[in-house]
Design a protein around this ligand. Structure first.
Ligand SMILES: [Mg+2]
Length: 261
């Protein structure tokens, strides 16, 4: 695969199913990243999983022996912070429905948020990110914010995610409950949204033609890369089998078995 990788200056790399699976490193991932470093290639990690902050991800990766700095990890939260910082109209009156850890990370990034749920009528933007402590009160106030005209941002629109117990509700399922209460437009902050790929490209500081996306999910990694005009490699170490890939209407530029060089 060295011949494919050598064509590109920068890489947008998914985490789960590409670098690790159940937080255990996938064979060849570590040596692939070492190769990128040795060849002076640029890379960022782009994940839809918002359960931890970008800073925590960089720590997790470092512990696995994969070198990366805090700003080399992009999650839907990074996209949210970028949107809020760029658009002054969106800077204020924000309510966050996420884990405590994520909320405190967002606050640390300088985003002012409304803590008091009873101020739902003045809230202009809400962020919903599924978490184990999400409860009826959150659902109720998120719906009330929407009814009073707030914009709805979601860290993903995936309805479920796999666990050892089986598939459990993800952010998309929570967002659906909110929009069933009061129909509204949802802004998906995660892949395949064009905006998050744009953010990844900006971090790399490269042209589209110089970048390769590497991911295991056709619907998020490959579809998002395709609509963003970036070449992609589907790696078969995660969610997608060769058969599923063959049947899909969404086609990557390359299909690779693993990250072996
Ligand atoms: Mg993945």
């Amino acid at each position: 695969m060295r011949t494919v990788f050598s064509k590109f200056k920068g890489f947008i790399i998914d985490l789960d199913g590409v670098i690790y699976l159940d937080k255990r490193p996938i064979p060849f991932a570590k040596s692939f990243i070492s190769y990128l470093r040795k060849e002076n290639k640029q890379y960022v990690f782009l994940t839809n999983d918002s359960s931890v902050s970008p800073v925590e991800y960089s720590r997790i990766l470092s512990r696995l022996g994969i070198k990366c700095s805090d700003n080399q990890v992009i999650t839907p939260i990074s996209n949210f912070i970028e949107i809020i910082k760029k658009d002054s109209a969106k800077k204020e009156k924000i309510m966050i429905f996420s884990s405590k850890k994520l909320k405190s990370y967002i606050k640390k990034q300088g985003v002012k948020i409304i803590e008091d749920l009873s101020r739902f009528k003045e809230t202009k933007n809400i962020l919903v990110s599924g978490n184990i402590n999400f409860n009826y009160k959150d659902l109720m106030y998120a719906s009330l914010c929407i009814q009073n005209g707030a914009n709805l941002y979601a860290t993903s629109i995936d309805n479920s995610y796999p666990t050892e117990l089986g598939n459990v509700p993800a952010t998309g399922a929570i967002v659906t409950a909110i929009t069933k209460t009061y129909p509204t437009r949802v802004t998906n902050l995660g892949k395949p949204s064009k905006k998050i790929f744009k953010l990844a490209r900006e971090r790399l500081g490269l042209r589209k033609s110089e970048i390769l996306t590497i991911g295991d999910n056709i619907k998020t990694d490959i579809a998002g890369s395709n609509i963003s005009g970036i070449k992609s490699a589907l790696v078969l170490t995660g969610k997608t089998s060769r058969l599923i890939a063959k049947k899909s209407r969404i086609k990557p530029t390359y299909t690779i078995k693993n990250l072996k060089l």
